[in-house]
Design a protein around this ligand. Sequence first.
Ligand code: AMP
Length: 289
Amino acid sequence: MIVCTTIDGIRSNIRWLRAERKMGELSPRIGFVPTMGFLHEGHASLIQKARAENEIVIVSIFINPKQFGPNEDINRYPRSPEEDQLLCEQLGVDVLFTPSVEEMYSKSDIYTHVHVDLLGDFLCGKSRPGHFDGVCTVVSKLFHIITPDAAYFGQKDAQQLRMIEQMVHDLSMPIEIVSCPIVREADGLAKSSRNAYLSKDERALAPEIFNTMKWMKQQIILEENDVQQVREEAIHRLEGFPGFKVDYVSIVDKKTLAPVDHIDHVSGTLLAVAVYVGNTRLIDNINIA
Ligand code: AMP
């Protein structure tokens, strides 16, 4: 596995790999998995899918300061560079890209940002202003550097995935965005680097987020109960657990991410939740139509 820390370095390695893995007239496909590191089975599932579908697999690990708000401590974000590198090697990654903040943002501030309208107004965008501009800007930069044919994203971050799909469409980027299912712990908690922040007691209660979402889905689909009423009961139920504070419980249109009153099997409906468990903000979602 090649490890690159500079943009020039990874560009020349990609040029070399593209030539080396050429199959007659056919160009090798590059599959790309962007991450912030502290890799777990969720990340591994994306890398494995990329490995199965492409001749060249590139993973990036970059904790992007532009997607952290002023009240979010980037220095506390968990890191495990040696374990991450080992896992990438074991999963057959060809190139691991681990640039510094200076390498990505050229020491001085950058003047160009990528903003996707409307989709960032809902869900996490409301409580994390500027977050998705940071995400779209860095993903766009990484796409320009790596020039992948396909890029792999988890449904765990459903709003991020939806916005990247829109960005790629709007800017005519020739990249297939591959959506990968959420990988969960045995008790239903969605795997996340942030789970490392949870105390023992918080970790024991955290699966109640998924339990509540499953209960909501049942209430809405099987019992055909009123969406808003189920939402309010779910908020009440979640806030009954010690240390839980609901940021949002939203039932939204899958495409526009705007809240809906009724499920829609044609356009699709998503149930998305963000809950503070102690000081840790956890997100999760399930499809309900
Ligand atoms: P992150 O390192 O948190 O920025 O995540 C990098 C990528 O891994 C994103 O596309 C996430 O959606 C995806 N991811 C994170 N957790 C999971 C999970 N539990 N299941 C599937 N994908 C995930």
